[in-house]
Design a protein around this ligand. Sequence first.
Ligand SMILES: C[S@@+](CC[C@H](N)C(=O)[O-])C[C@H]1O[C@@H](n2cnc3c(N)ncnc32)[C@H](O)[C@@H]1O
Length: 313
Amino acid sequence: MAQYMYYINYQDYEADLCALEMRALFNKSIESKTFFSDLRIDESISPYLKSRLEVLHTTTTFEDLIQRIRESKYSLEAFKVQYVPVVKLDPVNKARKIITKSVGYAIEGFPSFDKPQIIYGVTYYEGKWYFGVVVYNTMLWKEHISKPYSYSSSLGINTAKAILNVAAKGDVFKKIIDPCCGVGTVLLEGHYSSYDITGCEIKGKVANKARENLKHFGYQGKVILRDIKDIDEVYDAAVVDLPYGNFSQSDEANMVNIIRHSARISKRQVFISSIDLKEKIREEGLVIVDESVVYKSKSRRFARYIWVCEGLK
Ligand SMILES: C[S@@+](CC[C@H](N)C(=O)[O-])C[C@H]1O[C@@H](n2cnc3c(N)ncnc32)[C@H](O)[C@@H]1O
């Protein structure tokens, strides 16, 4: 079975959200920024997974590593070797030129520095050398930040990506609904990651903005103009960014309605809100299976609470 070495990174104020995303993607708590798993997750669906090294060799000395690479007789056109730092301020990184040169000489074939077809990664972590095929998060999704329509209250791109993965557990074949999609921040990330995702929005002008945002990036997304209470289809999961308001009685009634109907139309729900709705969620009889909080910036002034629920009502 393949073994992958992952490296994650995040801002301190996103630590809790990253931990939640990792629990959903890897079915376990991740205690360190570098970790191993036999699960192969596409790093570019996540804001926090930075690199994935498919481990081909592990040794305790560098000489043994070179020997093992030579014996494997890798022979590839257009390869490149990189040192992959997987700890903060990795002291070994300073010697990366000599390390990658030695590894490169142990591989048969022709290197290509400009257009490599495969990148071999080498790294040193907790007393062992690792060699394998490395891939990095493309970060191409960052272009969504400059979407044509946005609100100051729109979700941050990292939060949108992470909660989507929490909802679908990284399974892009799951059928997802964003029933209060606004201008489509989550939808953009869903389409980028090839999720089967549908948006729903009660306000026509806002739904049009979501459609325009999707079109701008060439996605053929579905945005339906509807109140969540009128949705009949059932989805595997719902990503629910609850509306912000002045918390009048009508706002509260709408919130409760959205929580209730999300559980009617989906088997797993991820609710996100700027106010604490834990009791309201419980009053609706929903089972909270995980939770987290994310802040907008390092000042930690603006919090968003996240609850993960399971069960179709
Ligand atoms: C917090 S915003 C979503 C923002 C979105 N995640 C984004 O980043 O652009 C909530 C949205 O839910 C919509 N909404 C409110 N009540 C709704 C309902 N009952 N059914 C469907 N959409 C609703 C609002 O019009 C608003 O656009």
